[in-house]
Design a protein around this ligand. Structure first.
Ligand code: SAH
Length: 412
């Protein structure tokens, strides 16, 4: 495989403008209940509206001082007057939330990425709670950044975030992909476009030696599913023979598998995604991948009935359980997909199977697959239990930051 030097964030040395304060005045105080304090003490940055007992003189999106009823200080937080998550804690320290604070957090996030993203030019630079900047996502694609500000408070800080990104890194463009439904919960409009620099949409970067063209304005999410980056190369280690990549999007797994496999069949229901996937295939001079627009459930059922066989199968569906109430139907969906896949694998074949539903735990998924294996009369070995790429950090006390499960299984 080609070795590519990590794209290191080039720091600008000019810090003259960094210490302008975002907030000039003493922030308003929000009083929270004992239950709210318990949550903070347990290491969770969210305080729910039901735990807010007083929030006088606050404006939507303010940075506020969080206090208990004795006026004891518990931290600085972003305040929302709409969301059930009324407060998102930024720090337990009593310090100004200014440009210098943002610089410190963003630089710390970038330093960690420099340790772990060797070979990747596209990665999550700031992962919200995982980088102690709740409701801020920054994805880096080469010399471009895509920003999501997902709370009223982070929306207010957006100009400062963009300024810090431009000051700290040599960027051609900063784009926003705030066209996400969660913004509605904050009373914020859905919007996307260029925030700074030149208008850019398509960016070509390398991941594990493969070139990918990401559509930053037109693609799904911020252009790519960066949380699967490390799983793409993990899957490549086991890939062999005839491969099937279900829910391929722009070919993240398919093009990685293609290097090791005789042939790859890649399926997605989105024609736009498959157009980008074909473009990625051509960029890399790969000729052994066939793309098919189809519903994966229908495809798998038909292929199973027709007696198709594969040596490697990837299942990477969209989240089936966006709410806890969908858990049972989500598990039926995972069982159905995995049952079909297990039936179609040749002995010694590998199944790479994922769930990005936070509400489906790894043990739920293992249970659903065990049931599928029994129904399919297959004996299965768990080869690897994986999760999201390390640039999407899992915070030990914030369960919501652990959402992606990726199991690599071998059929005996
Ligand atoms: N595997 C990809 C990411 C997949 S995201 C990667 O590693 O980059 C999920 C994909 O599933 C999206 O591209 C979406 O278009 C597709 N999708 C959603 N529902 C589908 C269905 N029922 N059948 C086929 N594709 C589907």
């Amino acid at each position: 495989m080609l070795q590519i030097a990590a794209l290191t964030p080039e720091r600008n040395k000019d810090t003259s403008n960094l210490y302008a304060t975002v907030i000039d005045m003493e922030p308003p105080a929000v009083t929270i209940s004992a239950h709210g304090i318990d949550r903070i003490v347990s290491g969770h940055p969210w305080v729910y509206r039901t735990d807010v007992s007083a929030s006088p003189a606050t404006e939507p999106g303010d940075v506020v001082r969080v206090v208990d009823r004795r006026k004891h200080f518990w931290g600085h937080a972003l305040y929302s007057d709409k969301s059930q998550i009324a407060l998102r804690l930024l720090t337990r320290e009593d310090r100004p939330i200014d440009r210098a604070f943002l610089v410190e957090r963003i630089v710390a996030a970038a330093d960690f990425r420099n340790q772990i993203v060797a070979g990747a030019q596209a990665y999550r630079l700031v992962a919200s709670e995982g980088d102690l900047l709740p409701s801020l996502v920054v994805d880096r694609y080469g010399d471009c950044c895509v920003v999501q500000t997902l709370s009223q408070g982070m929306e207010r800080l957006k100009p400062d975030v963009v300024a810090v990104l431009r000051e700290q890194f040599a960027l051609r463009s900063v784009v926003e992909r705030n066209d996400v439904a969660v913004r509605e919960l904050e009373g914020l409009p859905e919007q996307k476009g260029t925030l700074a620099g030149e208008p850019v949409s398509d960016v070509t970067v390398e991941e594990n030696g493969i070139r990918f063209c990401f559509d930053l304005l037109g693609g799904q999410k911020t252009g790519g599913f960066l949380d699967q980056r490390e799983n793409h190369s993990a899957a490549q280690q086991y890939a062999r023979g005839r491969a099937l990549d279900c829910f391929t999007y722009t070919g993240g797994f398919a093009l990685s598998l293609a290097q090791q496999c005789k042939s790859v069949l890649a399926i997605d229901s989105s024609a736009e995604a498959l157009n980008l996937a074909r473009r990625n295939q051509h960029l890399n001079g790969i000729s052994n991948v066939e793309w098919k627009e189809a519903n994966c459930f229908d495809f798998l059922r038909a292929a199973d009935q027709q007696g198709e066989r594969f040596d490697t199968i990837v299942l990477d569906p969209p989240p089936f359980a966006r709410q806890k109430s969908n858990l049972a139907s989500a598990l039926r969906g995972y069982k159905e997909l995995n049952l079909r896949a297990l039936k179609m694998l040749n002995p010694g074949g590998y199944l790479v199977t994922c769930s990005c539903s936070f509400h489906v735990t790894e043990s739920d998924l293992l249970q659903a697959i065990a049931e599928a294996a029994l129904d399919a009369h297959r004996t299965v070995v768990v080869v690897e239990r994986r999760t999201q790429s390390r640039d999407h950090p899992i915070l030990l006390t914030v369960p919501e930051t652990y959402y992606l499960k990726c199991l690599i299984l071998r059929v005996l």
